[in-house]
Design a protein around this ligand. Structure first.
Ligand SMILES: [Zn+2]
Length: 440
């Protein structure tokens, strides 16, 4: 009898555990089911495709094939992602969950067969050609709609070529950081592109900044150290100081503004925060405050410890172009009715009059300094940067800005690692990509 009782208790105990387990599973299913569906691995999707904005198929989930064209595959590898998921920000993996719906009764159902990216693969190809094998990032977006038309990170690789993947994994120098989407995930010393922030801070906090007058003799001493320019710029007003990108003048302006205020303006510019690009967070930049005049001067010139993400820089350019508030960059296209992403906007805390004055100054940079000729008829407003990175390494070349036009409302950024002179090297890449973007 006692034996029977023990057995009954034993069975009851396990039945109880089973019921509890099933209740827990049911609870988790209700609570987390939608999350599981939205985060299913790319490998579990067996139909559908990823296309660019023009319907060019970049990846087919059913066959597992990338586009048959070599240049298309290489130029879009960071946007689409690789088979192993080594590129963490690739659409193949990141947006896989968006292809499905979740229902408590019926479970996962297919929502769409097509994931349409906002990028134009032909524009990415053109950007890759213009980069000529150099490492860096190129981005271009419509600051009215937020659609990113061009997103390139170099070096690229062919997701179909195991020898190239092997070379990356074995640390080959030509492929350093090939799995990283530099446009979204990297930060660089901004060099003189940061003078836009310093100028904005000066316009709003230094009352007589428009009367600025300064004679550049090639260097200014701060104790034992000095801020230097590549040449003597002579007498400059604010417009010339920005166009000539005079370090000596901007070191002085930065000291008048003060590093706490500069930091506030870098923060307001969005350069110290992540940009949320269709759910992908960009790397946040940094700006160190300092009470030391020489450091304060260099930080206002975009050196010292300043770091900026290319996508955040591009977004800032869009905001200046649009008078303070612009569409936030996004990678999914709402044409075709697949998803209608919630429209989002990014704002900088600068007055509209400050943005208008910056636009004037940046237009002057192009017309009187970089040369309008390379941009055809396009009303391009821009700022170059030649960011010193220390040691024997050549500086990083930057070129960033926007087209001041309702017909072509594009903001852009180009960074070439160790590329040399910003306006010449990165400016040339920007000119080629802008021409292609406006010809589309
Ligand atoms: Zn100078």
């Amino acid at each position: 009898m006692k034996r029977l009782k023990n057995r009954t208790l034993f069975v009851l105990f396990f039945t109880g555990m089973l019921v509890l387990g099933m209740l827990f599973l049911l609870f988790s299913y209700i609570k987390d089911g939608a999350y599981w569906a939205a985060h299913r691995p790319a490998g579990s999707i067996t139909s559908g495709e990823i296309t660019d904005r023009n319907g060019v198929v970049l990846y087919d989930y059913e066959s597992g094939d990338y586009n048959a064209d070599y240049d298309t595959r290489l130029s879009t590898v960071h946007a689409v992602g690789d088979r192993r998921g080594s590129i963490s920000s690739g659409a193949r993996q990141v947006f896989a969950g968006k292809m499905s719906d979740f229902n408590l009764i019926t479970g996962i159902s297919t929502k769409t067969e097509r994931l349409k990216l906002s990028i134009d693969s032909k524009l990415n190809i053109r950007a890759r050609e213009a980069m000529e094998g150099r490492k860096g990032a190129v981005g271009l977006y419509n600051y009215r709609t937020g659609e990113v038309l061009c997103m390139l990170s170099t070096p690229v690789f062919d997701p179909n070529d195991n020898a190239q993947i092997e070379a990356i994994n074995s640390g080959a120098e030509a492929y350093t950081g090939a799995y990283m989407n530099r446009f979204l995930a990297s930060t660089y010393t901004p060099g003189s592109t940061f003078k836009i922030v310093t100028t904005a801070a000066a316009l709003e906090t230094v009352s007589d900044i428009e009367d600025f007058s300064f004679k550049c003799t090639g260097s200014v001493s701060y104790g034992d150290h000095s801020i230097t320019c590549p040449s003597r710029h002579g007498w400059l007003n604010l417009t010339d100081a920005l166009a000539d990108s005079c370090n000596c003048a901007f070191g002085k302006i930065a000291n008048e503004v003060g590093s706490e205020t500069l930091r506030k303006y870098a923060k307001e510019a969005g350069l110290l925060d992540s940009v949320n690009v269709s759910g992908l967070k960009t790397a946040a930049g940094s700006f160190a405050t300092t009470g030391v005049p020489i450091d304060e001067g260099w930080s206002g010139v975009g050196q010292y410890k300043d770091l900026v993400n290319p996508c955040a820089e591009m977004t800032l350019m869009g905001c200046i172009a649009a008078g303070g508030t612009a569409a936030t960059p996004r990678l999914l296209c709402d044409e075709g009715g697949l998803f209608v992403p919630k429209p989002e906007s990014s704002s900088i805390g600068w007055q509209a009059s400050t943005c208008a004055r910056l636009k004037e100054l940046m237009r002057n940079n192009v017309v009187n300094h970089y040369g309008q000729g390379q941009f055809g008829e396009l009303p391009v407003c821009a700022k170059s940067g030649t960011a010193e990175v220390g040691g024997e390494n050549a500086p990083h070349a930057w070129f960033t800005g926007f087209i001041d036009s309702d017909e072509h409302p594009y903001a852009f950024v180009v960074v070439i690692e160790n590329g040399g002179w910003g306006s010449k090297q990165a400016g040339s890449v920007a000119a080629q990509v802008l021409e292609a973007a406006c010809e589309r």
